[in-house]
Design a protein around this ligand. Structure first.
Ligand SMILES: *Cc1c(COP(=O)(O)O)cnc(C)c1O
Length: 405
């Protein structure tokens, strides 16, 4: 790492490219990218070497399950992009990262508080899977930080945060929530998939663990699955131990794809953010739309908080159809779109649209938000790298199709 603090775009290019991982025989640093190191078995020099023990850290080859240079390069790059982090653990998916992180920091009898606007599988892990370990979980309303303070009890050991919230896109006051958690000795874990550490330096904002689905922005090409947890010591050591107990490993091929994606991520995020803003502004002007849930959009409820805490956005946002429209109308809109694929996931180079109803999974607040409650029918868009004008033209065609019965 360099001694001068470099800007995120520069770090995204340089991070993780240690000379010893980018070498040809006898020539350290002679290739740009770490090769795909396929390895399971470590060979020892002799019996003495075998008996010597191995440090349990990235950078020391021990056995393939603990990764090799390709995975270490990715982990180190992700650590370097997250100010104040000491390490990163890689997982085969974002969900695996969330599940394993929670198992690492919680014990039987502990309580977890989970933000009401969490990603649905996270909520299911918290309220369902953790029960079998005698860990209880309760959702809390993230829009009122005092509410979190009131809910923290003697057994509360962790809080799971996410901002903007999945589907409903509310920005929460993460610095306030994380500070309350810390005051009470409670660890805060944030799902930082939306902004990444480039748009929201989570540890700097007071969180203890930043989890991301690398399947989204880091991969960026809809061709791989991966997740990560990044933290400072000693928390990262606990996560590492848990991951090793559970045999969590990612392939060097996928790590190379994620590294490749990471190099262009700042550029892709910039482009999808500006296109998303353009599309969001256009949607706001349409009579068929009652609310655009995009914190990057000036004038929206969460814009000021977003501006205060975030240094970047992305292409993912939602909108609500106006009063009088129904599920069939929403289906006509989505089915008429040419450039938007219909699919879950997001953060790829291609645009996607998906209908949603958050009421079964976000239970503490009335949906939809705001004064004009509209039809309550939500659509989430993931804006990709297509031309923004082409995307609005496609949406215009979809809205026309929606009105025709
Ligand atoms: C997709 C997603 C995940 C899960 O990631 P996978 O890699 O698909 O397991 C976690 N959190 C958020 C906010 C997501 O959108």
């Amino acid at each position: 790492m360099s001694d001068k603090p470099r800007k995120p775009a520069t770090r995204a290019v340089e991070a993780g490219r240690r000379k010893e991982w980018t070498s040809t025989p006898g020539q350290p640093g002679s290739v740009v990218n770490p090769p795909v190191w396929r390895a399971s078995t470590h060979l020892y020099e002799d019996s003495k070497d075998l008996a010597g023990g191995r440090p349990n850290e990235d950078g020391h080859f021990y056995y393939g399950r603990r990764g090799g240079p390709t995975q270490w390069a990715l982990a180190e790059a992700l650590t370097e992009l997250e100010p104040h982090a000491d390490g990163t653990e890689l997982f085969p998916s974002g969900v695996a990262a969330i599940a394993c992180t929670l198992l690492a920091i919680l014990r039987p009898g502990d309580e977890l508080l989970v933000t009401d606007n969490a990603y649905e599988p996270s909520r299911n892990i918290a309220l369902g899977m953790l029960k079998q370990f005698d860990i209880t979980a309760k959702p809390f309303d993230p829009l009122e930080p005092e509410n979190l303070a009131a809910m923290i009890g003697p057994n509360t050991k962790a809080v799971l945060l996410e901002s903007p919230g999945s589907l409903t896109m509310e920005v929460c006051d993460i610095p306030a929530l994380a500070a309350i958690a810390r005051q009470h000795g409670v660890l805060s874990v944030i799902d930082n998939t939306w902004a990444t550490s480039l748009g929201f330096p989570a540890l700097e904002r007071g969180c203890d663990v930043s989890v991301m689905s690398l399947t989204k922005h880091v991969g960026g090409h809809s061709d791989m699955m991966m997740g990560c947890a990044t933290a400072a010591k000693p928390v990262i050591n606990r996560i590492r131990r848990q991951a090793q107990f559970m045999g969590q490993v990612v392939s060097p091929d996928d790590a190379a794809l994620a590294l490749r994606g990471l190099r262009t991520m700042p550029l892709r995020l910039e482009r999808s953010t500006s296109s998303a803003l353009e599309v969001a502004k256009w949607l706001e002007s349409r009579p068929e739309i009652s609310a655009v849930l995009c914190p990057m959009l000036p004038g929206t409820r969460d814009h000021e908080l977003w501006q205060r805490d975030f240094s970047g956005g992305c292409g993912l946002f939602s909108f609500v159809l106006a009063e009088g429209l129904d599920v069939a109308a929403r289906a006509r809109l989505i089915d008429a779109l040419d450039l938007f694929g219909i699919g879950f996931s997001w953060g790829g180079y291609e645009s996607l649209a998906i209908p949603f109803d958050p009421t079964p999974v976000h239970t503490l607040r009335a949906w939809p938000p705001g004064i004009d409650s509209g039809s309550g029918l939500g659509v989430r868009l993931s804006i990709g790298l297509e031309d923004a004008g082409d995307l609005t033209a496609d949406l215009a065609r979809g809205l026309d199709a929606m009105r025709e019965t």
